[in-house]
Design a binder for this molecule. Structure first.
Ligand code: BTN
Length: 286
């Protein structure tokens, strides 16, 4: 091979290696802000090295009056949590652990759709950053190639019948390798790095998520939940599948036929009866 070509290809390799290493560096406020064009989401950023849970930090900040759209990000979480009391593994510098403070003027019973809104924004952010086709497994899982790469945790504070705020937490496994997942998670979870075959830039994901969420939130405030639901239906891999849903000590099996206008999953059982679920743990069985 001519020397100049050899030099050219080793230079390209060097550039590629350098950019791979750069994307594994810690997050920086200035880099997240650069080029972030949003009206609300991420206009205030709180970046921590380590917290118990970004949802807890965000709730505390919201309680002290922090604004609509402010975000909290941490490099690691000591007590990251998922739905139904599960733990969310949050190793330092590998994943995205982010919570958004939302203060819409809506009744508490209209708030659950905001978690679906976050899931829609999460799928869009992953696709835009990595090109990986991403689906939602109802109610809150972000799925790539059949494996869970992320999840949403929506938590609200209510006073009487008034919604004070919603904390929308998103966790994405970004640069974990298989060895970074504990126990049985190795069978079901994955990371963007594992699926894309290269390290992924967390800063780009943060920006893409904020921008996507900003657009959907604006739309929600203007037009209500239907545009979000329409979009969530298109991305929801649960629909049309046989499922078993568990909530508390109850269990329902049947065909997932619909996501209704309140974001509830409608399951038709073997007797033809319909069940509407607002929350639950769903396993795909067929
Ligand atoms: C799930 O899939 O059960 C939801 C996972 C949500 C994890 C995120 S990470 C940021 C935020 N802080 C937390 O403690 N949990 C959410």
């Amino acid at each position: 091979m001519p020397r100049s070509l050899l030099r050219g290809s080793s230079l390209r390799l060097e550039v590629a290696m350098r950019s791979s290493l750069e994307v594994l560096e810690p997050l920086q406020q200035s880099a997240i802000r650069a080029g972030l064009s949003t009206r609300r989401i991420g206009t205030t950023i709180h970046l921590f090295q380590e917290v118990d849970s970004t949802n807890d930090e965000a709730a505390a900040l919201a309680g002290s009056g922090e604004t609509d759209g402010a975000i909290v990000i941490a490099e690691a979480q000591r007590l990251g949590r998922g739905r139904i009391g599960r733990r969310w593994q949050s190793p330092k510098g590998l994943g995205l652990y982010l919570s958004v403070i939302l203060r819409p003027t809506i009744p508490p019973h209209d708030a659950p759709v905001l978690t679906l809104m976050g899931a829609v924004a999460g799928t869009e952010a992953i696709e835009r950053t990595t090109g990986l086709v991403t689906a939602i497994k109802w109610p809150n899982d972000l799925i790539v190639n059949g494996r869970k790469v992320g999840g949403m945790l929506g938590e609200m504070a209510v006073e009487g019948s008034r919604l004070l705020h919603v904390i929308l937490g998103i966790g994405i496994n970004v640069n974990q390798t298989e060895a970074d997942f504990d126990g049985e998670l190795r069978q079901t979870a994955s990371s963007l790095r594992a699926e894309a075959g290269h390290p992924v830039d967390r800063t780009a994901i943060v920006r893409a998520f904020c921008e996507s969420l900003d657009g959907w939130y604006e739309r929600f405030l203007c037009d209500g939940p239907l545009p979000i639901l329409e979009h969530a239906r298109r991305r929801c891999l649960t629909l049309g599948r046989q499922v078993t849903a568990r909530f508390g000590d109850q269990e329902i099996s049947g065909l997932a036929v619909e996501l209704d206008d309140d974001g509830r999953l409608v399951i038709r059982d073997a007797m033809g009866a319909s069940h509407r679920l607002l929350a639950g743990d769903v396993t795909l069985t067929g």
